[in-house]
Each structure stands twice: as structure tokens, then as C-alpha cells.
Design a protein around this ligand. Structure first.
Ligand SMILES: C[S@@+](CC[C@H](N)C(=O)[O-])C[C@H]1O[C@@H](n2cnc3c(N)ncnc32)[C@H](O)[C@@H]1O
Length: 245
């Protein structure tokens, strides 16, 4: 059984979108993963196919109805049980590589995309949804967030990346940002490639890359650097870098 994603959305035509191209798209065509986008409106019960209503307590905007969303969730769970049910929301825990790895290692996921003001709280609780955010900003809908989460997971599935990339050395793989990359020409606009990369000395290259990864993480992402060292209170690990002015 291949990794199976179901997206519950008011805009199923947004899928697979960019995931139909490149490595993810080839994987989809080869059956290495499956994707269904289900129209939330199909689970409405009135003749207007209403999915939302005004918020109790007043205020602007509309809220997705719990009964409609619950029926869509039941349908998705029946099509593939044991998958995490994830509501994409700026109120959720931030998506990171650890969570991506966890979801990619499972049987797939069910992703609920909100719109308007979001979703009635009761169905989030009744279905014990995991709430996940793709960043501290507000999108107009959960669909771009679902695409981000799916892209990050799918590239980790067996047979998707092949030899084209090494998941072990990437940014966030072991809590560090990646070292910088260089390719031909060796000299460009007066800028040279670091000498060690032309040396052919593999151990030296590996040492240089490790040092660059550590420097980049320390300077750009002190939060990751502290976590990497597991010493959350040791401020002496924070060396100000050129971007920290
Ligand atoms: C306009 S937003 C609703 C924002 C909500 N009223 C709030 O302030 O938290 C509509 C939908 O976009 C999605 N969304 C917006 N920002 C997101 C983010 N950072 N991560 C994941 N989903 C997001 C959610 O599904 C949300 O229900």
C-alpha cells in the first residue's frame, strides 16, 4: 500500500498542482504515493450546499460548520484509517522536519484545509485533530499549507528522490542548516570557489562543510543552534554573525 494523502478542501482543483510536477509528480504517476482531494461541499446536507455559517458571539467572517466537516472526516477515515487527521491552522504547532519525518514514516495523512475564519472548535476536539501551522503568518486558506506539508513528506518517501539529493545532509536533517554550495565556473565575477572544494581531499571537504553548517546555524538560527547542543541556557554558544546586527 502506497503512502496515501486525502485533502479535504473547498478548492480540490488546487491539487495536485505543483505536486503533479518534478519528482513528486513522477512518484504520483508511478503509484509511490496517492492523493485524493475531496470537495467539502459534497458533505453539505442542504440544497444550497452550505459549508459555513456566521460566528456565534458576532464578529466578521464565516466559520466552517462542524457537521459538514465531520462528515468529510468520516469519509476520509473510512477510505484509509490509521492516518493522522491534521487541521492546517496558524494556531497549530509549527511544522518542522521532525514532524515531517514522522508523518512521512506513517501510512499517509488526512489534511483539512480551512477557509474564512476557520473551523468550529467542537469538531477539532471531537475528531482529536492535530493542528499544524506552516509559519507565523496568515494564509487565506489551508491549501498552500497542505501543499507545503505534502511536498516535504513526499520527497522523503522511498523511491522519490533517488540519488538526486541526500536527505541525510540537508538543512534540518540533524538540527543544522546546510553548508553552502558551489558549481562551475570555478571563478565567476571575480569570486572564487573555496579552495578546499577543489582539493579533491574528501575528509577536508567534509570537515569544511561541517564547520560551515555549524557557522551558518549559529549565525542565522541561534534557536536551532541551542537546541542542537541541548544546552538551552548556554548563551556563550551564541556568536554574533554578520547577519545579527
Ligand atoms: C484566513 S485563515 C483563518 C485565520 C484564523 N482566523 C486565525 O486568525 O487563526 C483561513 C484558513 O487558512 C489556513 N491557514 C492560514 N494560515 C495558516 C498557517 N500559517 N498554517 C496553516 N494553515 C493556515 C487555515 O486552514 C485557516 O483556517
Amino acid at each position: 500500500m502506497s503512502w496515501h494523502a486525502t485533502v479535504l478542501t473547498l478548492f480540490p482543483e488546487m491539487f495536485p498542482g505543483p505536486l503533479g510536477l518534478s519528482l513528486a509528480g513522477r512518484g504520483l504517476r508511478e503509484g509511490r504515493w496517492r492523493l485524493e482531494a475531496r470537495q467539502l461541499r459534497d458533505f453539505a446536507t442542504d440544497r444550497h450546499r452550505s459549508v459555513d455559517d456566521t460566528p456565534f458571539g458576532g464578529g466578521a467572517g464565516m466559520v466552517l460548520r462542524p457537521d459538514v466537516v465531520d462528515a468529510a472526516c468520516a469519509d476520509a477515515i473510512a477510505a484509509g484509517p490509521d492516518r493522522p487527521l491534521i487541521y492546517l491552522t496558524p494556531r497549530g504547532r509549527l511544522l518542522d522536519q521532525a514532524l515531517v519525518r514522522e508523518i512521512a514514516a506513517g501510512p499517509g495523512c488526512i489534511l483539512l484545509c480551512g477557509r474564512y475564519e476557520g473551523l468550529d472548535q467542537r469538531v477539532i476536539e471531537a475528531r482529536a485533530m492535530r493542528e499544524v501551522s506552516v509559519g507565523d503568518y496568515v494564509l487565506s486558506g489551508g491549501e498552500p499549507a497542505a501543499l507545503v506539508l505534502l511536498d516535504a513528506c513526499v520527497r522523503l518517501l522511498p523511491g522519490i528522490m533517488g540519488a538526486t539529493a541526500s536527505a541525510e545532509e540537508e538543512s534540518h536533517a540533524d538540527g543544522l542548516l546546510e553548508y553552502p554550495h558551489y558549481t562551475r565556473p570555478a571563478a565567476w565575477q571575480g569570486r572564487a570557489v573555496p579552495e578546499v572544494l577543489l582539493s579533491g581531499h574528501h575528509a577536508e571537504v567534509a570537515r569544511w562543510r561541517r564547520a560551515e553548517a555549524e557557522n551558518a546555524t549559529r549565525q542565522r538560527r541561534p534557536d536551532l543552534w541551542l537546541r542542537h547542543h541541548g544546552r538551552n541556557s548556554d548563551a556563550s554558544l551564541l556568536v554574533p554573525g554578520p547577519t545579527d546586527t
